[in-house]
Design a protein. Structure first.
Length: 85
């Protein structure tokens, strides 16, 4: 990020904090915690794996390839972050 952009963002943040401190506190980074890869990604990966197996059984090669790839991505990557309170 360029210095000019950072300076503008800081100015906006300062004005927001002065105008509405409660709203500014709602959006502060201190209140947000990155959710871990957790259960949702595991469930999605397993469900997609089952869908891949179903595609294999009904002889749909494209569906099998797509679902296998998606399942592998869901189960192995940890770089996607979901922010929650």
């Amino acid at each position: 990020m360029h210095r000019h952009e950072q300076r503008r963002l800081t100015e906006i943040e300062n004005r927001l904090t002065a105008d509405d401190p409660e709203l500014a506190a709602t959006f502060s980074q201190a209140d947000l915690h990155p959710a871990g890869p957790g259960r949702a990604r595991l469930v999605l990966g397993a469900g997609t794996g089952l869908l891949a197996a179903t595609c294999l059984l009904i002889n749909d090669a494209a569906g099998f390839a797509l679902c296998t790839t998606l399942s592998a991505l869901l189960l192995t990557t940890r770089s996607w972050h979901v922010w929650s309170d």
